[in-house]
Write a protein that binds this ligand. Structure first.
Ligand code: ATP
Ligand code: MG
Length: 436
């Protein structure tokens, strides 16, 4: 007994000797930024402030002063509050035990379930698979949404953006996908969403079955910006853990825009200059750093679906623009479809999967092209049809679309709780086309 105690004491002494200088003081608090003196640390390291040990992250260094952004509420922290260095960056627990769990933006359980004891801890930053070590996107991943699986097919390891204005149906489409996909596990990052929606999402949309094969990471809009920012990395790191075990993981992030907005707040607090529409340069460095981590790897894959809010339905908004250039496909949702009650509100003609050819057969492509041609022809003559000026026979594709308009829309529309596996969707599409 004494032996163990002596050993423990020696171990504690050794740990203390090896750790960096740990105690310092708060010297000033301006806005969100806490300046600390007397603690050694590098950018990205975690410190703990005050008696409540509020975690904060070092974001910039000036001489022996560290500027830190808090990962918790700053109440009760003032000049001279003690600060403890932890000697390293934020880590999270990863393991099979994460399946079915709901975590906060720092990877801690928030579902009242058991603590995550005995799991490995890993840093949230990680390297993306090397360009040449990456596999190619060749296997389809069924999402359970007919319009997507046939017309905007998704491959294992693909990264796709869901672009839409507010309230057009991004989150609803995401919840359809979490229930409909055949991915072994989904990691869902809810960043900057309203608290009310989160509960609805977990209890109604995901349900116990969906949750059992998911891990949910949540940082609602009331969380400090750094927690919202980290949530995206935590979700990505957890997806990487399951991928490294050989799984084809589906990573859903709602929303990428709010993650970028969190980086904007962090960057501005750290003294960066605002550039494009108030976004500092670090925002544009963040996007590839985060998005490149999804993709096919030598073992397993991460298929990434990221919602992108296009403000004022302006599709050239800088975040949407930057995301589009990195991603391998985009799904565009259309407000007019949503207001007319056409859900999911996917604008098929404005949605593209850059891997469609690699993940479909020749027959499937033929059917998809036939439907796309009809939709395009119908769009071209729609105004003429509406004013009664269209003369039948002018455009054969448009005529065919008009004959098949009801079955086409029955195919494209899908109730929230209706899951159609991809093979069934292809059969349904052939049946629609056979009708005329
Ligand atoms: N498949 C659907 N069936 C019926 N109604 C739907 C469907 N999808 C979306 N809606 C309607 O559209 C509304 C907005 O959808 P949703 O919350 O998914 O949009 P959003 O783009 O995520 O919005 P925000 O930008 O506010 O996050 C929902 O409240 C719902 O009424
Ligand atoms: Mg939403």
């Amino acid at each position: 007994m004494t032996m163990t105690m002596a050993l423990q004491q020696r171990l504690a002494a050794a740990r203390a000797a090896a750790a960096p200088r740990v105690t310092g003081r708060v010297s000033s608090v301006v806005g969100l930024s806490v300046t600390v003196a007397g603690v050694e640390g590098s950018v990205g390291d975690l410190v703990e402030i005050g008696p409540e040990r509020v975690p904060a992250e070092v974001v910039s260094i000036d001489g022996d002063r560290l500027a830190c952004l808090p990962l918790g509420p700053l109440t009760g922290i003032g000049a001279d509050s003690p600060v403890r260095g932890t000697g390293g960056p934020l880590t999270i627990a990863v393991g099979e035990a994460l399946r079915g769990r709901v975590l906060d933006g720092l990877g801690r359980p928030m579902d009242g379930g058991p603590a995550l004891f005995g799991l490995d801890r890993v840093g949230v930053e990680n390297d993306a698979p090397g360009a040449l070590a990456r596999g190619r996107v060749q296997q389809p991943l069924s999402l359970g949404v007919r319009a997507l699986d046939t017309l905007v097919p998704c491959g294992r390891g693909q990264r796709v953006g869901i672009f839409a204005g507010s309230g057009v149906g991004k989150s609803s489409l995401m919840s359809m996908i979490t229930r409909g996909t055949d991915a072994e596990i989904s990691v869902i990052g809810l960043v900057g969403e309203r608290g009310r929606e989160v509960r609805e999402f977990i209890e109604n949309d995901l349900g116990p079955e969906g949750l059992a094969r998911s891990v949910v990471v949540i940082a609602t809009s009331d969380q400090p910006p750094l927690v919202r920012l980290r949530a995206g990395f935590v979700a990505t790191r957890i997806a990487e853990y399951f991928r490294d075990g050989g799984a084809d993981v589906l990573l859903l992030m709602d929303s990428l825009t709010r993650t970028a907005m969190a980086q904007r707040e962090v960057g501005l607090s750290a003294g960066e200059p605002p550039a494009t529409r108030g976004y500092p340069p670090s925002v544009f460095a963040l996007l590839p750093r985060l998005l490149e981590r999804a993709g096919p790897a030598p073992v397993g894959s991460i298929t990434g679906l990221y919602t992108v809010l296009v403000e004022g339905d302006d599709h050239n908004e800088p975040i949407a623009d930057a995301a589009r250039s990195i991603l391998d496909g985009h799904i565009t949702l259309d407000r007019r479809l949503a207001t007319s009650g056409h859900f999911p509100s996917i604008d098929v003609l404005e949605s593209v999967s850059r891997v469609a050819n690699a993940v479909t057969t020749r027959e499937q492509r033929g059917d998809a092209t036939a439907l796309r041609r009809m939709l395009a022809a119908h769009r071209d003559v729609r105004e003429l049809i509406e004013i009664g000026a269209y003369v039948a026979g002018t455009n054969p594709d448009a005529d065919r679309a008009r004959r098949l308009w009801t079955p086409i829309n029955d195919f494209l529309r899908q109730d929230m709780d209706d899951v159609t596996p991809a093979p069934r969707a292809w059969t349904m599409l052939s049946a629609v086309l056979a009708g005329g």
